[in-house]
Design a protein around this ligand. Structure first.
Ligand code: AHG
Ligand code: MN
Ligand code: MN
Length: 336
């Protein structure tokens, strides 16, 4: 039987090669994988368990908190408090930065994460996920202060996500290629299943919540119209799962583009920079794709708040460029 590479084995090699001396990064990623196995176990029977439905409070985003949003966040806190691996946690589900005082002197890293992405899918058994990014502690910055993470996404040393779908897939990168692992539930281990993922140059699908089309830059409508005419070789299919992780995973593997623009009511859109857009932009670029806010590279944006949002256009270089060409004031670029 050919040897199946476990996530742990792979992490050690990857970090040694791309983040020399970054041993704790491998340990942090391994711990994240364990935390996500715990979350998955709870997800598998959410309808039967005590975690169905809403928790009854509202998070900093002003959104109703699903019990699993809160549970997933607590799993991460339990796994890292006292681990000596992390100094700080930034979570969608925690308004303030969470400083792990006892760990801080030793730990050199900060974790930004969305513990449960796509939670509106939970009660209808739709795909959901967990998104994460590891940043190095900024020397000379006061610890446990939001400013600690007010750095561009290029400062991320690792990023990834876990997609809880029919399978449980973990995808990560530490500055080299992007790799995918599938959970073997009988063994309880993630095994390498998608080595060196490359995003196709262009795709045949676009992904967006088109109910908001009228509020977006007219360039998005031009892109949609040009790619919806039947019979044209540029005709695309629309795919929208409503969970960023699931929509991104499809774009990563099949190419195409996902976009969540801003509109007059929410000029920065809905998606958060630190724990949604920046981690996925890190992966998209490492796999040969692109990620912008419609004009600027996501990885160059510097947050001025833990929960700042950004418009997001992410996917194959061809489609991201095509949309950007339509969004500028110049006449519409040919769609190719
Ligand atoms: P979260 O569940 O972490 O709040 O994220 C939900 C996000 C993202 O997963 C998805 O792409 C987007 O919300 C969908 O928004 P719409 O329902 O407005 O389409
Ligand atoms: Mn999310
Ligand atoms: Mn979330």
């Amino acid at each position: 039987m050919d040897h199946r590479l476990t996530l742990t084995q792979h992490l050690l090699r990857e970090v040694e090669e791309h983040r020399p001396g970054g041993g704790p990064i491998a340990a942090i990623l391994a711990e994240i994988a364990t935390a996500c196995k715990e979350i998955r176990a709870e997800l598998a029977e959410v309808g039967l368990g005590r975690l169905a439905g809403m928790k009854g409070d509202v998070n900093v985003q002003g959104e109703e908190v699903h019990k699993l949003d809160w549970f997933a966040n607590e799993v991460f806190r339990e796994h890292f408090a006292g681990s000596g691996l992390l100094c700080t946690l930034v979570s969608e589900e925690m308004e303030q930065i969470f400083h792990l005082d006892d760990d801080c002197p030793r730990a050199q890293y900060t974790l930004c994460y969305d513990p449960m992405d796509g939670s509106s899918n939970l009660d209808v058994d739709g795909a959901v996920g967990t998104i994460f990014a590891i940043r190095r502690k900024v020397e000379g910055r006061a610890h446990g202060r939001p400013e600690e993470v007010f750095e561009p996404g290029t400062e991320q040393v690792a990023a990834g996500y876990v997609l809880y779908g029919p399978q449980c897939i973990l995808v990560y990168g530490v500055g080299g290629d992007v790799h995918g692992f599938t959970l073997d539930t009988a063994v309880g281990e993630f095994f390498l299943s998608h080595p060196q993922i490359r995003m196709p140059e262009r795709g045949r699908e676009y992904s967006a919540n088109l109910s908001r089309l009228d509020g977006w830059d007219p360039g998005f409508r031009r892109f949609v119209d040009r790619h919806s005419q039947q019979g044209r070789e540029t005709t695309y299919s629309l795919r929208y799962i409503g969970a960023l992780v699931a929509d991104f995973h499809r774009v990563l593997l099949r190419g195409g583009v996902f976009f969540y623009p801003g509109d007059p009511q929410n000029p920065s859109g809905k998606l958060r920079l630190l724990y949604e857009a920046a981690p996925l932009a890190f992966l998209a670029e490492a796999a040969g794709g692109a990620a912008t806010d419609g004009r600027r590279r996501i990885l160059e944006l510097v947050p001025d708040g833990l929960h700042v949002r950004t418009p997001l256009v992410i996917g194959s270089r061809h489609e991201v460029d095509a949309i950007e060409g339509l969004l500028t004031e110049t006449p519409a670029a040919s769609m190719g």
